[in-house]
Design a protein around this ligand. Structure first.
Ligand code: FES
Length: 325
């Protein structure tokens, strides 16, 4: 996209919003970039509540992205965008933005605000869910409100890790697997004072786990706040067949049904957490055939090796795959 590609037709989701210029693009991870927008004439931008999002128009569509700043008197807005293959195209378009491009955006919208009465913010994030939570952490630091963060990410592949470490210091706990995460979560949930509010952002199943645990430990709904993000909806894909080498089973995976669901329906118990291609829990070994990788977990090199696949979202380029199951 170039500066001349600004859409003349305004998407309803950004009506009454702003036209901003891209002033910086930086790589967070292999698949996540941060994009900074500013007023083309250098003017101030409207303030926003921590945890707010911005709707950005791309082509004929529009997507919401969390703002990562604290929101107070901003001169720029920064969002981070995960590139998702097989999505409707928003993330790809965003990843093509370069400095000087202009985009239409909404005014910031708040749906995940901090509780005014909280004396401590317990922040919990997985993957790209770090973005609104980072906004909360920055604001808490500015206003001198206690905050701690549990951040689940793959070692070496988390976005905003350095900023989170700098902002939170020892109040940051990083986890890279489900067991250690659940241990830390339980420990945090059972040692908080009454003025603590919990804020969680990540894949739906991840958030449900966190909220369920909190309720089980007696947290009232009023102290729980969540912001859904998702890997965008994937296309239903082509049908394919899997041969399970160890059990000798042969299964058909229909269009619109995931390999994970197919395996579960056949009585196989596959560990899983997010069911969105983010957490890495549902990894299975591929013995033969070329998977169509649609996850956000494996690195590009791991995808090219075609020896592992995330069965919750990935499918097959070949008519048949042989799996080590
Ligand atoms: S269940 Fe999380 S990547 Fe598949």
């Amino acid at each position: 996209m170039t500066a001349t590609a600004l859409q003349t037709e305004v998407h309803p989701a950004v009506k009454g919003g702003l036209v901003l210029e891209v002033t910086n693009v930086s790589l967070q991870t292999e698949s996540i970039i941060s994009i900074t927008f500013a007023d083309p004439s250098g003017g101030p931008l409207p303030s926003y509540v921590p945890g707010s999002h911005l709707v950005v128009q791309y082509g004929g569509g529009a997507n919401a992205y969390s703002l990562t700043g604290s929101g107070s008197a901003p001169s720029e807005y920064t969002i981070s965008v995960l590139q998702v293959e097989g999505s409707a195209g928003g993330s790809l378009t965003m990843h093509r933005l370069t400095i000087g491009d202009r985009v239409r955006v909404s005014l910031p919208r708040s749906a995940f605000a901090p509780a005014a009465t909280a004396t401590h913010h317990l922040l919990v994030a997985a993957g790209i869910g770090i973005t609104p939570v980072l906004s909360h952490a920055r604001s808490a630091a500015e206003w001198d409100i206690a905050a701690s963060l549990i951040y689940v990410h793959r070692p070496g592949s988390g976005a905003h890790v350095a900023e989170a470490r700098e902002l939170l210091g020892p109040a940051l706990t990083e986890c890279s697997d489900r067991d250690s995460f659940l241990k830390v979560l339980t420990e945090k949930l059972t040692t908080q004072q009454l003025g603590t509010h919990l804020y969680v952002c990540g894949p739906t199943a991840f958030m449900e786990t966190v909220l369920d645990h909190a309720r089980e430990h007696g947290w009232s709904t009023a102290r729980l706040h969540s912001e859904a993000f998702g890997a965008p909806e994937l296309e239903e894909g082509e049908p394919f067949t899997v041969n399970l080498a160890r059990s000798g089973l042969r299964l058909e995976v229909p269009a619109g049904v995931s390999l994970l669901e197919t395996l579960e329906n056949a009585g196989k118990s596959i560990p899983n957490m997010c069911r969105k291609g983010i957490c890495g829990e549902c990894s299975i070994s591929v013995l033969r055939g070329t998977p169509q990788h649609r996850d956000l977990y494996l690195s590009e090199q791991e995808k090219a090796e075609n020896t592992t696949m995330m069965c919750c979202v990935s499918r097959s380029h070949d008519e048949e795959l042989e799996l080590d199951l």
